[in-house]
Every structure is written in structure tokens, then in C-alpha cells.
Design a protein around this ligand. Structure first.
Ligand code: C2E
Ligand code: MG
Ligand code: MG
Length: 535
């Protein structure tokens, strides 16, 4: 394909929409939300095939076709935005590229304005991208166009910032609203020179109060690096390649933009806004000094995960990315019972304005781990509030192993209980330090003991389990346990029926030899006694 083909096919391509936009979404890496998109020119020609900008833009620029192409693309974008308005598709601002040649054309601003008005698209839905190289033709001219665009209410982005052309000077002269930093210009290791330059550019932009979008972000490392220096807006293959209009519509419909950036009020000294600010102390703590933590919003029964730190994904141990987690509806991970438990915890946290601890089972699935049932202990606290929406902070702990072990112990205890039942045995655990006694199920069932008996053995004596003539001896046993006796045993008549039981205690000691717990048991001795008498 050569320049002549392009020139020859150009009119028909415009007329028949062989030239059209694809859209590359821009993402807030901190929340995983789609915040905008860039329209990128594509040419799919029945005769020439599929063409990319690097093949035709230089030719269009050389042969003065670029202005018409850009105006055509601008109309396509307005048409798309109009469709979004008409069909109530959630809208994000769309960035449209302008060539430096467009700027030389005195009609440009008027032309885009009349198209936008014809489609009835509010100006805030459109941004225009200007490249640094535009100033080659003369800074004054560009400053003039920028002023005109601003006068009409357009936001203007500086594309490919850092590509050369004395960037700092350009920034000083041109009052752009957004800077697009192309990672492509900083190939190499980010912890070296490239990283220093990017950090400086981002800091400089922050001093000027200009948001930065990192473009061409392909790896998670690049994204994390940008996040670490306070640049959360990302456009690149890591999240999306340029996509078609129907795919963009599908992505837009997936997201509820109302909850994306909640306008929160403060609760006490906790400043919810600080969690959004990349360089606040809270964010630093969130990312580095706490365990697994997340921020989620709660609105009319809907939960939405807004932000998770690295340790959160590690804690889940499922090899899932923050984005995958954020994209998942948390309710879908829980069954009805666990949902209710979690919902109760949320309501309690709202009622009490205090930290609430809750344990729930969830089923997570990831490509590498498949489906996994995990138990999470969450400590949740409300940190921000808008009219009918709340912001929560949650620290999480994966307690699956602990829970499984507990369940295992529980089932072995049940087995033990069944065996005890067969052996006519009663068992209990006595905590020597706190004087608390935990009876076995049979003790509770047959003797009417509660699950936890405080100040043992007094209540058992009062209940008549230990008869008055044995009470002092039994009290003395507990003194001996305190003093560190290892083993005690005797035959005692128990309960009002004065049934003889073989009562035993075995003591457990800590690593310093101090008595910790004593395990008590009482076995019916009728048969034994009878046997003895017989022999
Ligand atoms: P740009 O405006 O800086 O657009 C970003 C380019 O980077 C796009 O290439 C995009 O597909 C590509 N890109 C995005 N993420 C990644 C990534 O992670 N890795 C890599 N390697 N590339 C990524 P595309 O679509 O080929 O466009 C190239 C250039 O062509 C654009 O650079 C822009 O300067 C120009 N262009 C595109 N559409 C238009 C248009 O409608 N009008 C004008 N005048 N120029 C346009
Ligand atoms: Mg661009
Ligand atoms: Mg760019």
C-alpha cells in the first residue's frame, strides 16, 4: 500500500465510514474503574485491508487530508456520545486527537464546535489531545487555539508528554488540563534514570495541579510504579487494547459510575478523602503497613469493592489481581447464609459506629487455583458517609486453615464424646489460672451444667454434684492443682444418688513448668466395685 492508494481511496473511506474510531479505555488503577477513553483512528478498507495510524497518518498529514479525517473522526465520536445520551449508556469523557496541522487551519475550533452543537453533546464529554510537537509550528499559534478551546469549555490534554521538544518549557507556556505521559519514552528500568524522570514529571504536574495519565502501560510493574509515585490514571494494554464501539458500550454498561468516586463526608477524625489521595499518610499505611485491607462502598444493599492493597490479594492466596477482585460482585462469592452474616455485621458497624469482626466463607475462583472455599475474618469500620452510601474500611485475615483445624478438632471431640458415652465417662477441662471449668456434652446434658462454669468447683458443690462430706476434699484438690500436683484420683459418691465414680485429674504444665490446665474425668465404678466384692 502506498501514498497514492491512500489519497485515491480517501474520499470514499470518509463517506462510507471505512475510517472510524476505536476506543482505548483509561482506568483508575487505584479503583480499577473506567474513567475515560481515547478515540483512535482506524481504517478498514475493502480494497486496502485494515490500516493503522502509522501507515496513513503521515501520508494524510503530508497531503493535507488529516484535517478532514480528524473532523470526520470528531463527528463519529459526537455521534457515539449522542447515542450514549439517548440510550442512557453511562458516559465517560472521550479524548479525540488533533494533528498539529489542524491547528494551522483557522476553521478547526469553529468546525468542532458546530459538530458538537449539532449533536447536542455537552462539552465536558469531549477532550482534545494536542501533541508536544504542535509547537514546532509556533508557540503563539498553539496558545491562541488553546485559549479558544478553553473559551468554549473544552479540556485539552498534552499527548506524548516527555517525547522531546523541551517538555518543561512547553508546559510552562501551554495551560493544558491533563498530561499524557507515554511509558514508551521511558523504556528501560524504572528504578534508574527513566524512573527519576517520570517521578519528576509527575511531581511537577502535581505542583501545577495537572492530572497525569500514564499511556502505554503494559505491565503490572509499570502500573505499580506509576501508582507508587501518585499517578493512578492508566491507559495501556495492561488493561485494554483499543476496542470497538459495541465493546466499549458493554464495558460502560458494566460499571455504575455513581459509586466510582463517592463524594464522601468525613466521619470523626477519619478522612475518607485521604484514602483516595495517593500521597496521603493513610494511603502509605494502607499499602505498606497494614495486612490485607480493602475499602468498599455500601449502598442500598449493594456492596462494591473500590480498592484493595497488595496484601489483600496475597491474603486470599488465589493469585487474583486487584482488578479481578474489584470487578467481582462480593455478594456473588457468598451463599445466602454468609451474606446475611456479613450484612448483619455491616448494619452493626453502622449502628455502633465501631469496629465489627465477622467471619464468612466465600467461594473464589481463579484461573490458576480453580474454585476454592475460604474463610475470611474481616474487621470492618465505617469511614465515610454520603447521603445513602457508606464507605467502609476492612482488614482481612484468611483463617481457612485455622477453621479447618477447628472443625477437625470438633469432629474428633464428637468422636471422643461418643466413646465417652459408651464408657459411661464424664470429662471436663479446668483452667487452673481462671478457675473456669468447661464440661463435656454429657456433663451438660445429665448434670445440667452450663458450657462454662466460673469459680469452679463452688457451683458444682452448690448444685449437689459433690456431696457436703466430699466438698472440702474436692476443694482441696483444686488448691493442690494450683500448687502443681500432677495427678489426683479417688472414688467419690456423686450427685444426690451418691453413685460412686472414679474421679481423676491430670495436669498440663506450660513451658516454664507452671500448671495450666487440669483434665478431669469421672467414670462409673459400680461394675468395678461389684467385681472386687465378688473376687
Ligand atoms: P497516541 O495518540 O499517543 O495514541 C496512543 C497509541 O498508543 C495508540 O496507537 C495506542 O493503540 C497505542 N497504545 C496504547 N496502549 C499501548 C501499550 O500498552 N503498548 C503499546 N505498544 N502501544 C499502546 P495507535 O492507535 O496506533 O495510534 C498511534 C498514533 O496515531 C496516536 O498516538 C496518534 O498520535 C495518532 N492518531 C491516532 N488516531 C488519530 C486521530 O484520530 N487523529 C490524529 N491526528 N492522530 C491520530
Ligand atoms: Mg493520543
Ligand atoms: Mg500518546
Amino acid at each position: 500500500m502506498n501514498a497514492e492508494d491512500i489519497i485515491r481511496r480517501f474520499d470514499e473511506a470518509i463517506e462510507k465510514n471505512y475510517i472510524f474510531p476505536e476506543y482505548q479505555p483509561q482506568i483508575n488503577h487505584a479503583t480499577g474503574r473506567l474513567i475515560g477513553a481515547e478515540a483512535l483512528m482506524r481504517w478498514e478498507d475493502p480494497k486496502l485491508g485494515k490500516l493503522y495510524p502509522n501507515q496513513f497518518i503521515p501520508v494524510m498529514e503530508e497531503y493535507d487530508l488529516i484535517y478532514r479525517a480528524d473532523i470526520h473522526l470528531f463527528s463519529c465520536v459526537c455521534k457515539f456520545l449522542k447515542k450514549c445520551i439517548d440510550e442512557a449508556i453511562p458516559i465517560v469523557p472521550i479524548s479525540v486527537n488533533m494533528s498539529r496541522h489542524d491547528i494551522f487551519n483557522h476553521d478547526y475550533v469553529e468546525a468542532v464546535e458546530s459538530i458538537r452543537k449539532a449533536y447536542g453533546v455537552p462539552v465536558e464529554y469531549i477532550r482534545l489531545e494536542l501533541t508536544e510537537s504542535s509547537v514546532i509550528g509556533g508557540m503563539e499559534l498553539v496558545v491562541g487555539v488553546l485559549e479558544q478551546l478553553h473559551a468554549h469549555g473544552y479540556k485539552v490534554e498534552m499527548d506524548d508528554f516527555g517525547s522531546g521538544y523541551s517538555s518543561l518549557n512547553v508546559l510552562k507556556e501551554l495551560e493544558v488540563d491533563v498530561i499524557k505521559l507515554d511509558m514508551y519514552f521511558f523504556t528501560g528500568e524504572l528504578d534508574k534514570r527513566g524512573g527519576t524522570i517520570i517521578t519528576t514529571v509527575v511531581n511537577m504536574a502535581k505542583w501545577l495541579g495537572i492530572p497525569v495519565i500514564a499511556e502505554g502501560v503494559e505491565t503490572a510493574e509499570q502500573a505499580e510504579f506509576m501508582k507508587s509515585i501518585g499517578c493512578n490514571y492508566i491507559q495501556g494494554y495492561l488493561y485494554y487494547k483499543p476496542i470497538s464501539e459495541p465493546v466499549l458500550i458493554r464495558e460502560l454498561r458494566k460499571r455504575d459510575h455513581e459509586t466510582a468516586k463517592p463524594a464522601m463526608q468525613l466521619v470523626d477524625t477519619m478522612d475518607a478523602a485521604k484514602f483516595w489521595s495517593p500521597d496521603s499518610l493513610e494511603t502509605l499505611i494502607f499499602n505498606h503497613y497494614v495486612g490485607g485491607a480493602c475499602i468498599f462502598s455500601y449502598k442500598n444493599g449493594r456492596l462494591e469493592l473500590l480498592r484493595v492493597n497488595d496484601k489483600y490479594t496475597q491474603e486470599l492466596g488465589m493469585n487474583m489481581s486487584a482488578k479481578q477482585l474489584i470487578d467481582t460482585n462480593p455478594w456473588k462469592l457468598m451463599d445466602e447464609e454468609n451474606k446475611e452474616i456479613y450484612l448483619n455485621a455491616i448494619n452493626k458497624a453502622l449502628d455502633t459506629d465501631d469496629e465489627v469482626v465477622v467471619e464468612t466463607w466465600r467461594t473464589l475462583s481463579s484461573d490458576c487455583c480453580g474454585d476454592e472455599n475460604i474463610c475470611i475474618r474481616s474487621t470492618i469500620r465505617m469511614i465515610g458517609q454520603a447521603t445513602d452510601q457508606y464507605l467502609f474500611y476492612a482488614m482481612i485475615q484468611n483463617i481457612t486453615a485455622e477453621k479447618r483445624q477447628y472443625m477437625h478438632v470438633l469432629s474428633s471431640e464428637q468422636r471422643f464424646l461418643r466413646a465417652a458415652e459408651q464408657a459411661n465417662m464424664y470429662a471436663w477441662e479446668y483452667d487452673i489460672r481462671t478457675k473456669e471449668m468447661r464440661p463435656c456434652f454429657r456433663c451438660m446434658r445429665d448434670l445440667g451444667l452450663p458450657m462454662l462454669v466460673k469459680n469452679y468447683p463452688e457451683p458444682a458443690i452448690e448444685m449437689g454434684i459433690f456431696q457436703p462430706d466430699y466438698a472440702d476434699m474436692y476443694r482441696d484438690w483444686h488448691k493442690q492443682l494450683e500448687e502443681g500436683v500432677e495427678h489426683l484420683e479417688a472414688i467419690m459418691p456423686l450427685t444426690v444418688g451418691r453413685v460412686p465414680f472414679h474421679v481423676r485429674y491430670t495436669t498440663e504444665f506450660d513451658e516454664n513448668g507452671r500448671p495450666l490446665k487440669a483434665y478431669g474425668s469421672a467414670t462409673l465404678v459400680v461394675d468395678e466395685e461389684e467385681n472386687k466384692e465378688e473376687s
